[in-house]
Design a protein around this ligand. Structure first.
Ligand SMILES: *Cc1c(COP(=O)(O)O)cnc(C)c1O
Length: 231
């Protein structure tokens, strides 16, 4: 098992190579280190190696790690899991970026909770491109309505779209990522939706080739997770 600093350097290298291969600047792709199920000590180790953005899937876990690591001043917590409206208050308090707004109801609830705290945060709208019933995300047909609901909340700064392909299959992933780009173009283009959150350990090169600006990488940095925790 290689150390976290070395693993991070390897992932940064993969990102840089993929960006250059696509004729893009390596700096145009942000790395979000997905620390779900991993201890605060692992996050601290990654932070010491220069990593600042961390992704969490569970509201309580994010809040707890944020509290344990409150001494790290410029750490950035990205919420990337399914957000239930009853957890919106907690996330409004603890997260710096939310990747997974997927309904008008959730946009309104998150806006209300942020308003009460006097905070504004960047958000992305998650799209369910595979349209599988068990997955979260707005169906493409509802994207316009969700985007409108986000725009109606002054505390939500709309930054882009997020998706997660259904399986570990590169051709499917490529198709899903390209569909997200098409949807972005249908809904205002890069001028209004500059960020595309797509790509994980197994498919980050494919995502960067398609135009990803944020890759969410867990396993390649922190090692395998003990239980399958992909909610
Ligand atoms: C767990 C998770 C990741 C990271 O996946 P890895 O394959 O470990 O890199 C990225 N995005 C979401 C939404 C996740 O739940």
């Amino acid at each position: 098992m290689i150390g976290i600093a070395r693993a991070l350097a390897d992932v940064r290298d993969r990102i840089a190579r993929a960006a250059r291969a696509a004729g893009r600047e390596p700096g145009s792709v942000k790395l979000v280190a997905v620390s779900k199920t991993k201890p605060a000590a692992a996050v601290r180790e990654a932070y010491a190696a220069g990593q600042r953005a961390f992704g969490e899937n569970y509201a309580q876990e994010l809040e707890q790690k944020a509290r344990e690591l409150a001494d790290l001043p410029d750490i950035e917590w990205h919420f990337i899991g399914h957000l239930q409206t009853n957890k919106a208050k907690l996330i409004a308090r603890a997260a710096h970026v939310v990747h997974t707004v997927d309904s008008a109801v959730l946009a309104r609830e998150l806006g209300k909770r942020l308003r009460a705290l006097g905070r504004t945060i960047p958000v992305l709208v998650e799209v369910n491109i595979g349209a599988e019933p068990q997955k979260h995300g707005a169906p493409p047909a509802e994207l316009a309505a969700v985007l409108a609901a986000v725009r109606a909340e002054p505390e939500l700064s709309l930054r882009g779209l997020m998706t997660m392909p259904p399986a570990d299959e590169l051709d499917t992933a490529r198709r899903v990522f390209e569909t997200l780009v098409t949807l972005r173009n249908l809904h205002g283009g890069a001028a209004v939706l500059p960020e595309l959150s797509m790509g994980m350990t197994g498919d980050l090169e494919v995502a960067i080739a398609a135009g990803s600006t944020m890759v969410r990488v867990g396993t390649a940095i922190f090692g395998a997770r003990a239980t399958s925790a992909s909610a």
